[in-house]
Design a protein around this ligand. Structure first.
Ligand code: G3H
Ligand code: 13P
Ligand code: ZN
Length: 298
């Protein structure tokens, strides 16, 4: 059985786009003695270039004995998956969540057949994350992950990790009213399958970071995330990988805004981005403690 499954903690997958975000994640992992997943989306690859990302992360991985995985987040097609494997990624996500069940199975299976012989693990997604709150009960049933379908999906694709939809969503505006996750569904999924379970859209949108960003000029009216106690409960019910992007973006933005207001004479990018890196690093460290992965690599 996988270490995170045995020990009831989750490993964080943090999205990076540049040197500063990579350093924030890696330094946090070293200081927290935590395993870590560096996540990169297709749009980050477009922004920073696959070769740069692959080489930067290789340098980071060689700088520490900590377990570190380079992961394609929300891969959409075989070409991207294949290019990422060639560039040294250790795991890939194929996101067929928008497809019909059979099409999702077929696409995912092709990725598994491509990745496994090269020692690369595969994450897939079943169910959809977006727009659950506005949906009717019937629509919600169709959007959230069905436990029996999840079991069949794993059996037919042999994926290593499955992203499940239990009411989270991407971005900073996750709930209009009270935050609510379908823990009963998560429990049923966990009872049926023994694979890594992934929670996307898991940022908490910490009020203190939002308040700081707003204080220095940001417009984030209505921003709301997943409360930390919900994350703890999700981990206790068997979530083993947790994806975080939005909270890093918010920390970066709040820090930069504050910096410009408080230090109008400074125009050295290393000072501006250096403080943003520290702000992201603090967020990553607090996530590692929240997920229970701190100290898991001594
Ligand atoms: O799901 C992952 C991200 O939060 C969206 O990332 O803007 O890099 O596509 P992206
Ligand atoms: P957040 O937008 O909640 O940070 O989710 C990120 C994510 O799921 C990346 O795959
Ligand atoms: Zn995601």
């Amino acid at each position: 059985m996988l270490p995170a499954l045995q020990k009831a903690y989750a490993v964080g997958a943090f999205n990076i786009n540049n040197l500063e975000s990579l350093l924030a994640v890696v330094e946090a992992a070293i200081e927290e003695k935590s395993p870590v997943i560096i996540a990169v989306t297709p749009s980050s690859i477009k922004y920073a270039d696959l070769a740069y990302i692959g080489k930067m992360v290789k340098v980071a991985a060689e700088s520490t004995p900590l377990p570190m995985s380079l992961h394609l987040d929300h891969g959409k097609d075989l070409d991207t998956v294949s290019e990422c494997i060639d560039a040294g990624f250790t795991s890939v996500m194929i996101d067929g969540s928008h497809l019909k069940f059979e099409e999702n199975v077929a696409l995912t299976k092709r990725v598994v057949d491509l990745a496994h012989p090269r020692g690369v693990s595969v994450e897939a997604e079943l169910g959809r994350l977006a727009g659950v709150e506005e949906s009717t009960v019937k629509e919600k049933e169709a959007i959230l992950t069905d436990p029996d379908a999840a079991k069949e999906f794993i059996k037919r694709t042999d994926v290593d990790a499955l992203a499940v939809a239990i009411g989270t969503s991407h971005g900073a505006y996750k709930f209009k009213s009270e935050p609510k996750l379908d823990f009963k569904r998560l429990k049923l999924i966990r009872e049926r399958i023994n694979t890594l379970l992934v929670l996307h859209g898991a940022s908490s949108v910490p009020p203190w970071i939002v308040e700081k960003a707003v204080k220095y000029g940001a417009d984030l009216a209505g921003a709301k995330g997943i409360p930390e106690e919900h994350i703890r409960k999700a981990v206790s019910l068997g979530i083993t990988k947790i994806n975080i992007d939005t909270d890093l973006r918010l920390a970066f933005t709040a820090s930069i805004r504050e910096f410009f207001v408080k230090s109008p004479k400074v125009f050295d990018p290393r000072k501006i981005l250096g403080s943003a890196k520290e702000a992201m690093k603090e967020v990553v460290k607090s996530k590692m403690r929240l997920f229970g992965s701190s100290g898991k690599f001594l």
